[in-house]
Design a protein around this ligand. Structure first.
Ligand SMILES: [Zn+2]
Length: 206
């Protein structure tokens, strides 16, 4: 894929309320006020020329924030297909820190036992990623975070992607669009909502 000129834009914007169950007749919720300690970092790095028009045209390519409900670090990162992927980081004291998303968390030793993080967590398409912070990557693009002051550097990320059947891949949107397609582009609002749901589930792990 031709990335073209890579521009790096870092903007700090207020956290917007995700569109939870959208109801056509209701007005848009007012954006949250800009917090003085707004812990949001956004990066726009991908040249989307040739993708065709879509919601992605006006979206950033990475967002890092701290979820207000759980206090967990969160990421949205656009992948090479243009699809958004969501991640929640758990700290060293979390029982699943370092546990692969497909591994048993209960030590039962049985395959397909239902104790894996992927089995226990409900998120778009299921978990498809678990790893520590990527080292030596561009913080504007990688599955890593720039720790806010006083927050852990050593977080273990659980992630999901929006490149499943039924999801629109922006890089293919022009060539793959069929008249009867019900595929949906999973935009920042949707992925933010899923990330927050994942964060609540991870926080609830005893
Ligand atoms: Zn098990």
């Amino acid at each position: 894929m031709d990335i073209g000129d890579i521009k790096e834009v870092i903007e700090v914007e207020p956290v917007e309320e995700p569109a939870r169950v959208p109801e056509p007749q209701q007005p848009e919720p007012a954006p949250a006020p800009v917090a003085e300690d707004s812990r949001v970092k956004e990066y726009t790095t991908i040249d989307k020329t040739g993708w065709g028009d879509g919601p992605w045209s006006d979206e950033p390519d990475k967002r890092q924030w701290v979820d207000e409900t759980t206090g967990l670090d969160c990421l949205i990162v656009r992948n090479v297909a243009g699809a958004l992927c969501g991640y929640v980081g758990v700290g060293p004291d979390h029982p699943w820190h370092g546990v692969d998303y497909g591994d048993c968390t209960a030590g039962c030793g049985e395959p397909w036992c239902g104790h894996s993080p992927d089995s226990l967590v409900d998120v778009h398409g299921g978990l498809t990623y678990s790893a520590g912070c990527q080292e030596h990557v561009d913080p504007a693009k990688g599955i890593c975070h720039v720790p806010e002051p006083g927050r852990p550097d050593d977080v273990f990320w659980y992630g999901f992607d929006c490149a499943h059947a039924g999801d629109v891949l922006p890089t293919l949107a022009d060539v793959m669009r069929f008249p009867d397609s019900y595929d949906v582009y999973r935009d920042f609002d949707y992925v933010t909502w899923q990330v927050e749901l994942l964060a609540v589930q991870l926080e609830g792990v005893a």
